[in-house]
Each structure stands twice: as structure tokens, then as C-alpha cells.
Design a binder for this molecule. Structure first.
Ligand code: GLC
Length: 509
């Protein structure tokens, strides 16, 4: 190397050193790494506001919205396209194509519709043979209908090219999606990293079928019989619990209770065996959807700090239901399905004793005819004191939530329950039995809580707290404080959505 070349090389090196030094002295530019959004797919048999028969739909609608609020997640939901989904929604659904779904020897058409709302993408799977019927459930071929739906979900993923990180299946109707993933689809490369989560909203309904139809109807090979077999039947909920990476239920207390035969409807050995992957996460409600300061169904709006409108709601409700207009008479309300586990036997046993005092009782709900008859008869025997409305009507339910003073939920078991949260938000103080989510959301007045509670499933314990609550009602200063506490309790998804996130992230580690 000549002297000049050596000199030039030296100079170049020196410049480079200076540049490097200057670079290190400067703030290192932040590395721009765009984390891909985590993909979550909810599989469920209903979702509010499109189609709702109970709390499940509300949870699907509001939890997906809460998760999608954060830009970290691409949240999608898939449900069947039922006939009962109203035209006002349908008209905006976009048909994106169709596929065929194999169920053993069957090969069924599956149309796919798409709709976006609150940052969530919804898919609706269409097949008129299965879903062009009134209502969602209760058909002799429900097993086949939801098998079609779940297998359709698996096909949907390929069709739209959306392979979620988390496939979150809810209740037995969606259990087969987890089963199909783990027995059939996970052998395909795109599906192999999908983690399955299963949530039990109510352990009472497990999806039980005869073992003979495992291959012929569900299209699952007998090789996998052990996964789904329980008590000599196919048990779809059991199958989903066995094959998901993680399962949860809708309150911490219920997560504990279902390990016990009293609550488990026979599934406690399976729950206990899989306990290591069980979590209990309390449901929330959508605080915008249930907001007494904006709810258009109310006679007058009000808020925790200005409750004047609540008195109007009470007066108008009494007027509408032909009850004497008495602002200082407490109204005890129930809005419930009329089924045994809602604790109606306790009510039957002592309601007439409670009615000896100055109070009014309003019941709204449908269900078993024996309870329907009982409450209709009670209303006939106590005119001006008891009103029973045997139907379900969302507008009326909001008028009752806002117009009543006390809300009774004496459930024998209650996975979570949303009504106690809605009532509290509307300033109607809850009286609950300490079970499942009722125990986790309502804390006793005596301990500075937001409602009234009793522990044992005993009618006289319930009567005792009803009377205690009515006593507090007549102490206006105490009552006002209690109503304020109830109305300002945080029932939003804020902390619970975070628990779901934690569960997902643990699985994706
Ligand atoms: C079921 C449960 C209810 C719960 C709801 C939503 O309907 O019975 O307690 O709140 O699901 O998870």
C-alpha cells in the first residue's frame, strides 16, 4: 500500500470512529417494531345486540367490545345467522362468500356474512336448513345444528385467512370448535398454533348425546372417544375442557363451586382433574348500554349524584302497573327466568309473610309453567301490592330496574348473574344469596357494602335480609348512602377484560 493510500485509509477510519462516537453520544433512535395485533376469535351461539336469549349474549357483545377497544387486539366473533336476527341488522351484513361444511357423510352449504361494529368484526354463518327456525335452541337436532356451526367456524378461518392466536369458545354449543381444532384441524400448518380457551357460562347445559353418533353425526373418529365420553355419553362440555389449553368460568366463586357435586351437575371430577387450567373471571356489564343518565327507556334520566329522576321513574312505574302511587313504599322487584335454580322456591315459601308489611312486589319473567301460574295467582290474590308480568320485555325491564327500590336474586346457583349489577347501576339495591357471581359482586350492607346478602339457601334467612333492607330503606340518610354506593360500584369490564388478557398472554408465551 502506498503512503498516500495508507494515509487516506487512516483518515477514513478516523472519520468513521468520530461518526460512531457521535452516534453513540446521541440518543439511540428508538427501534420501531410494530407488534402484530393478537388475534382473538369468540365462538358463541348468541351475541348482543344481534340475538340474545340470556346473559351469554351480553357477555359476548360487551367483552369483545372491551377487548377491541385496545388496539392490541384484532377481535372477531362468529355466531349462526338465525332467522330471528332482525332485518335492521341484517340489511347491513355483507355477504362475503360461501363454503361447504363436512359433517361425516353430509356436505352442507355455509354462507358467510360479515359486519363490523365497535371495532369488532362479526361473522354470521348461514344455512337455512339449520337456522331458519324461530328461536335459537330446543330442537331435536341441536347437536347437529351446532356441530355444523362449529365445523363451519373451522372452515371460516381458512376462507377468510384469519387464523386466530386464541380460539375462545363459549358454552357447549361452541365446544365442538375446540374439539374439531384439536382432533382434526391442528394437523394443518395454519391451525397448529391456535390455542383454545373454553368458558363455562352455565355448567347445567353440557351438550350430552348418545355415543353412537360420534362419527356419524359429529364426524369425530372413535379414536378420540376418550376425549368426549363421560358417563357413557358424549359430553361436549367435558370434551372442550379436556382439549382446551385453558378454561374459565364467569366468577371466581363459581370456579370454586363447580368443583363440588352440589353445583357441578355431575362434572366435578372433570373440573377437579383439570383444575390446573381453570380460572374464574367475573363478568362485567357495558356501562354505556346500562346508563340511567342516558337510557331512553326510562321515564326520566338520573345519575348517582342527582337522583331526582329515579323518584319519577318509580311513580310512573307504579302508575303504569296500576299500583297505588306511594313514594315511600318500597318496591321489591325480580326480573328472572322462572326456573328452579333462580331460588323461586324460597320466594314462594315466604313472600306472603313479607307482604304483610307495607311494600309492593313486581315480577317480570317467563319459564316453568308451575312458577308462572304461582306468580300470576299471587298477583290476583294481592291486587295493588303484587304485579306479575309473565313475559320478557327489555324496555319494561329497564323501567323496573329504574323504578324499583330493591332487587331480589336468591339463586340456588348463579355462575355470574348480570341483573344484580344492572339493578345496582340503576340505584336499585340488590338482595342476593352469596353464591357464584352474586357473592363476588354484591357485598353486605353491614360491612359497608353495596347491597344485602344471605349465605344459606334458606327462605327465612332470605326473609330476614328482606326485612333488614326494608328497615334501612326507611332510614333515608343511610339509604341514600347505600344507593350511592350501589350506583358507583365499578361493574365495567375494566378489570375483568384485563384478566382475560392475562389468560391469553399466558397461553401465548
Ligand atoms: C349464564 C349464567 C349467568 C351468567 C351468564 C353470562 O346465563 O346463568 O349467571 O351471568 O351466563 O356469563
Amino acid at each position: 500500500m502506498s503512503e498516500t493510500t495508507k494515509k487516506k485509509a487512516k483518515e477514513r477510519a478516523a472519520v468513521e470512529v468520530v461518526e460512531t462516537a457521535a452516534e453513540t453520544a446521541m440518543e439511540a433512535p428508538a427501534e420501531i417494531r410494530i407488534e402484530p395485533k393478537k388475534k382473538i376469535l369468540f365462538v358463541a351461539s348468541e351475541a348482543a345486540p344481534f340475538i340474545a336469549t340470556g346473559g351469554l349474549a351480553e357477555v359476548i357483545g360487551s367483552l369483545s367490545k372491551a377487548l377491541a377497544r385496545e388496539d392490541k387486539y384484532d377481535v372477531r366473533v362468529v355466531i349462526p345467522l338465525y332467522q330471528d336476527i332482525k332485518k335492521e341488522f341484517r340489511k347491513d351484513f355483507k355477504f362475503i362468500g360461501n363454503t361447504y361444511v363436512a359433517l361425516s357423510w353430509r356436505n352442507q352449504y355455509c354462507g358467510i356474512f360479515e359486519y363490523c361494529r365497535d371495532n369488532v368484526t362479526y361473522y354470521f354463518l348461514d344455512n337455512e336448513y339449520y337456522f331458519k327456525r324461530p328461536g335459537c335452541y330446543g330442537y331435536y337436532d341441536d347437536g347437529e345444528r351446532f356441530a355444523f356451526f362449529c365445523r363451519g367456524v373451522m372452515e371460516l378461518l381458512g376462507f377468510v385467512g384469519f387464523y386466530p392466536d386464541i380460539l375462545h369458545c363459549h358454552d357447549w354449543q361452541a365446544a365442538l370448535a375446540a374439539l374439531y381444532l384439536k382432533t382434526i384441524y391442528c394437523f394443518r400448518p395454519e391451525y397448529q398454533f391456535i390455542r383454545a380457551v373454553f368458558t363455562i357460562h352455565n355448567i347445567e347445559y353440557q351438550g350430552k348425546y348418545s355415543l353412537d353418533i360420534l362419527e356419524d353425526l359429529f364426524g369425530i373418529s372413535y379414536r378420540f372417544k376418550n376425549l368426549v365420553e363421560y358417563d357413557r355419553c358424549i359430553n361436549l362440555m367435558k370434551g372442550a375442557i379436556e382439549c382446551c389449553e385453558c378454561f374459565s368460568t364467569v366468577s371466581p366463586t363459581y370456579a370454586n363451586e363447580i368443583k363440588d357435586p352440589y353445583y357441578s351437575h355431575g362434572l366435578d371430577p372433570i373440573i377437579r382433574r383439570n383444575e390446573f387450567k381453570l380460572r374464574g373471571i367475573l363478568n362485567g356489564i357495558d356501562p354505556d348500554y346500562y346508563d340511567p343518565s342516558t337510557d331512553l327507556a326510562l321515564f326520566e334520566n338520573y345519575s348517582a349524584d342527582n337522583r331526582k329522576g329515579k323518584a319519577t321513574c318509580k311513580e310512573e312505574l307504579q302508575c303504569m302497573l296500576n299500583l297505588p302511587i306511594k313514594p315511600n313504599t318500597p318496591i321489591l322487584a325480580m326480573i328472572t327466568r322462572l326456573v328452579t335454580h333462580k331460588g323461586l322456591d324460597l320466594v314462594k315459601e315466604v313472600i306472603e309473610q313479607a307482604l304483610r308489611q307495607d311494600m309492593q312486589f313486581i315480577l317480570l319473567g317467563t319459564g316453568d309453567s308451575s312458577y308462572e301460574n304461582y306468580f300470576s295467582d299471587l298477583a290476583r290474590r294481592y291486587p295493588g301490592k303484587v304485579v306479575s308480568i309473565i313475559s320478557f320485555n327489555s324496555d319494561l325491564s329497564r323501567k323496573i330496574y329504574s323504578g324499583a327500590d330493591l332487587f331480589l336474586m336468591p339463586s340456588k346457583s348463579e355462575p355470574c348473574g348480570l341483573s344484580q349489577m344492572i339493578a345496582s347501576r340503576y340505584g336499585t339495591v340488590a338482595i342476593v344469596r352469596e353464591t357464584g357471581g352474586l357473592r363476588d359482586s354484591i357485598t353486605p350492607y353491614g360491612a359497608g357494602g353495596n347491597g344485602f346478602t344471605f349465605r344459606d339457601y334458606n327462605a327465612y334467612d332470605m326473609l330476614y335480609v328482606i326485612n333488614e333492607a326494608i328497615g334501612v330503606y326507611h332510614n333515608k340518610e343511610e339509604w341514600n348512602k347505600l344507593v350511592h354506593r350501589a350506583m358507583t360500584t365499578d361493574f365495567s369490564w375494566a378489570s375483568s377484560a384485563h384478566c382475560y388478557e392475562e389468560m391469553y398472554l399466558d397461553l401465548l408465551k
